[in-house]
Design a protein. Sequence first.
Length: 200
Amino acid sequence: MIIKTAEFKKSSADLDQCPKDRIPEFAFIGRSNVGKSSLINLLTGNKKLARTSVSPGKTRLINHFLIDNSWYLVDLPGYGYAKTSKRSKEIFLRLINDYLLKREQLLCVFVLLDIRINPQHKDKSFINWLGINKIPFVLVFTKTDKLNQREINKSRKRYFDELMETWETLPRCFYTSTVHRSGRESILEFIGTLIDPEKQ
Ligand code: GDP
């Protein structure tokens, strides 16, 4: 898929504020620092899209980016902030839950995981929650340039072994590096086939 235009549409503090047009959406989520903004910029071919339009104060909002006037790339707030109050965690969880459970045009959630980091409780419980709630998702392992192939295989196996304790099948996985600019094509291709299954 070739992306011609990518523009910031809006930030939303709750589901009601999200864009009303019913075009397909693909949401990206992960713990802070996983490389989400870098990946969004790589996918859209716009080096500054995710960061420039999203000031630090907006990291707890849902950000919609309109791609080629035909689908939304949705930047969800990062989970796993250690230093937030219980109250703000609750607000954050309600926002995410509401969006993920009720947004009908959401076609797939991309769960970002840093390939170097062992499976974390927060990631596993989020993945399990998606599975239990039958929300379609895939995994994206980021920062693959930081490991060699043997280490990547080891890290991947660690994740798969843990997931197989709970699930019979594994979700689809992508491997990305914004340094090597890899993984972009396969993710965009995948999005393309979900938007237009005829192209599969
Ligand atoms: P976010 O908090 O999830 O949006 O993460 P950022 O996109 O801001 O990235 C966090 C840090 O990881 C930054 O220093 C990035 O330059 C770095 N980073 C992101 N993706 C990659 C990658 O694929 N390879 C390497 N080596 N560094 C990356």
